[in-house]
Design a protein. Structure first.
Length: 247
């Protein structure tokens, strides 16, 4: 009888030890570990320990709210299971060696406020439903191999404060919906293949402090509306074909 009670007590203690997140969320983290070569991370995870002890993971009310694994030697893919972390507010996987396309499921993370995936080897198009991330404040995808056009749905990200897509292979015209980003402070798109005229609608982004459009294929006159951006501190338009382009 004592043996049975001791066994039950051990089982209960074990259950409490791993009760910090649900099985679904833990499985999502393990999927990231497996697809991103977790065994070779600079700071790896002991999968036998509580998730609360795993490097780079922040919990709140037994939910994963932040993952920060920058500079951690991640190699491989970002798994679709990342969408199971429904309370996630921050995902920072910058300065690693991840590749492949962003899983479409990432656009279901409606609580996400920070998405930093810069300085990796991601490719493919930016998901067309990126606008579903309506709480996003920082979208930083620079220094990757993303190609194609910026989705029109980007205009749904009305809380966005920084949009940094520089040093990719993006192309085409900027979507007109960019004028909806009234909270934007940083817009950096240099070193891509954007073309067409610089949208006059950028002049409506009154909170803008930094506008960097260098090294693209913009042409035509520089919109006079840019002069009305009273908060602008940095304006770089070099290596385009704009009239009056000397910045």
């Amino acid at each position: 009888m004592k043996t049975l009670k001791l066994t039950l007590l051990c089982c209960l203690l074990s259950a409490f030890t791993f009760a910090d997140v649900s099985k679904t969320e833990k499985d999502a983290l393990i999927a990231l570990y497996n697809t991103a070569n977790g065994k070779e991370w600079n700071k790896t995870w002991d999968l036998d320990k509580s998730v609360s002890e795993w490097y780079g993971i922040t919990l709140e009310d037994d939910k994963v709210i932040a993952i920060n694994l920058s500079f951690n030697n991640l190699k491989g893919l970002l798994p679709s299971e990342i969408s199971q972390l429904t309370a996630l507010k921050e995902l920072n996987l910058s300065f690693n060696k991840l590749k492949g396309q962003l899983p479409k499921s990432i656009t279901s993370l409606e609580n996400l406020e920070v998405l930093k995936l810069f300085s990796n080897g991601f490719s493919g198009a930016i998901p067309k439903d990126i606008g579903n991330l309506k709480n996003l404040k920082h979208l930083e995808l620079y220094n990757n191999d993303f190609f194609g056009e910026v989705p029109e749905s980007i205009g749904n990200l009305t809380k966005l404060e920084s949009l940094i897509l520089s040093s990719n292979q993006l192309m085409g015209r900027l979507p007109s919906s960019i004028s909806n980003l009234k909270s934007l402070k940083v817009l950096s798109l240099f070193d891509n293949s954007f073309l067409g005229t610089i949208p006059r609608a950028i002049g409506e982004l009154t909170e803008l402090e930094e506008l960097v459009l260098s090294n693209n294929a913009f042409y035509g006159s520089i919109p006079g509306e840019l002069a009305e951006l009273s908060n602008l501190k940095t304006l770089l338009l070099g290596n385009n074909s704009c009239k009056g382009n000397s910045a």
